[in-house]
Design a protein around this ligand. Structure first.
Ligand code: NAD
Ligand code: TYD
Length: 355
């Protein structure tokens, strides 16, 4: 079986669902169930003997080692993290704890477990670390996209903590020979994304008749990838990636935030029209994010050439599926908009709108 961390979050739960839809191999899914972890994402797996969910914290190295010894996985795929840039600006501490110390504790557990393996089991073990394009910092308008050779220049507490974890993973390969692979992916979107991130937040606010907050001038550029394409890239890296290597993953799809929001409004106008107005009338420009990176763009040529991975969805096809999924799963959205969610919205947006 394989061992997944963070498999109740957005990308992790998509990975677990896709994996079990395509393979007979079991998964032990270890997740702390922070505000971002949600077992509702995995209800379709109830009664599926291949899925073993364990509530656990990656910072607890002894518990991680005990689970590795109990389940004896052939590979570990590490998604667990604090993942939201705005939260990292308000409260960076949890990002250092989970993303840096937690990844360190997990690496130590994986190293101890891997050292008990022999022969083929040892050679074929993989530690796949899921990271972000944000570690490379911000690009100018005419700069070439990030390659695996681009120097790290993280600008937010989130990206700095992910960069630190990437360095630790690299060091465990070089120093101890632990067979690690790192993927650095661009912005994901799709089903089960928590509505604190741009795309699900805009959909939730649009349908609720609330303002659609655009930070700054809305001219920041992100590369967007549909989540199942990211999951396919991770599976490919696990299957055929070379230990010690880094693979950038992206959708070849750069868009300005304001254009993403306008596209969402246009699809909602078509699929769930609001009488007498366009959802675009709810757009509000609000105070910018401190240190806001202007542009991310990913050169995904290496994973295409070496591992034969390519995204299946274009932004047009992926965003339509995503909007339809949110419209069809309004109960899921309502369930995650708990008291904790509302206090986050108050903390992040009240002052911005006033300014
Ligand atoms: P998410 O915030 O939706 O989910 C994170 C999951 O990790 C949650 O289920 C949470 O409960 C769990 N978790 C947090 N701290 C934990 C701990 N100490 N121990 C165990 N579990 C813990 O995040 P996501 O968007 O699914 O991102 C998953 C990974 O992919 C992260 O490592 C992130 O940096 C990376 N990534 C995300 C994106 C994106 O656009 N969302 C893009 C590139 C890379
Ligand atoms: P986000 O989804 O938080 O992802 P990331 O910061 O990791 O790229 O934000 C995507 C972009 O959208 C980013 O440039 C910030 C911007 N943004 C807004 O303009 N308004 C919002 O309310 C949010 C959450 C994000």
């Amino acid at each position: 079986m394989i061992f997944v961390t963070g498999g109740a979050g957005f990308i992790g739960s998509n990975f677990v669902l896709d994996w079990l839809a395509q393979s007979g191999e079991g998964i032990v899914n270890v997740d702390k169930l922070t505000y971002a972890g949600n077992l509702d994402n995995l209800v379709s797996l109830q009664g599926d003997a291949r899925h073993h969910f364990v509530r656990g914290d990656i910072c607890d190295g002894d518990a991680m080692l005990a689970l590795l010894e109990q389940y004896r996985p052939r590979a570990l795929v590490h998604f667990a993290a604090e993942s939201h840039v705005d939260r990292s600006i308000h409260s960076p501490s949890a990002f250092i704890t989970t993303n840096v110390s937690g990844t360190f504790a997990l690496l130590e557990a994986a190293r101890a477990y891997w050292n008990t393996l022999t022969g083929r089991e040892k050679d074929e073990f993989r530690f796949v670390h899921i990271s972000t394009d944000e570690v490379y910092g911000s690009l100018g308008e005419n700069d070439a996209p990030f390659t695996e050779m681009t120097a790290y220049a993280p600008n937010s507490p989130y990206s700095a903590s992910k960069a630190s974890s990437d360095h630790l993973v690299r060091a465990y390969f070089h120093t101890y020979g632990l067979p690690t692979i790192t993927t650095n992916c661009s912005n994901n979107y799709g089903p089960y994304q928590f509505p604190e991130k741009l795309i699900p937040l805009v959909m939730a606010n649009a349908l609720a008749g609330k303002p659609l907050p655009i930070y700054g001038d809305g001219g920041q550029v992100r590369d967007w990838l549909y989540v199942s394409d990211h999951c396919a890239a991770v599976r490919r890296a696990l299957e055929a990636g070379r230990p010690g290597e880094v693979y950038n993953v992206g959708g070849w799809n750069e868009m300005k935030n304001i254009d993403v929001v306008r596209t969402l409004c246009a699809i909602l106008d078509e699929l769930r029209p609001a009488p007498g107005r366009s959802y675009a009338s709810q757009v509000r420009f609000v105070a910018d994010r401190p240190g806001h990176d202007r542009r991310y763009a990913v050169d995904a040529g290496k994973i295409e050439r070496e591992l034969g991975w390519k995204p299946v969805e274009t932004f047009d096809t992926g965003i339509r599926k995503t909007v339809q999924w949110y419209l069809d799963h309004q109960d899921w959205v309502a369930n995650v908009q708990s008291g904790a969610y509302l206090s986050w919205v108050e903390q992040n947006y009240a002052k911005r709108e006033a300014s």
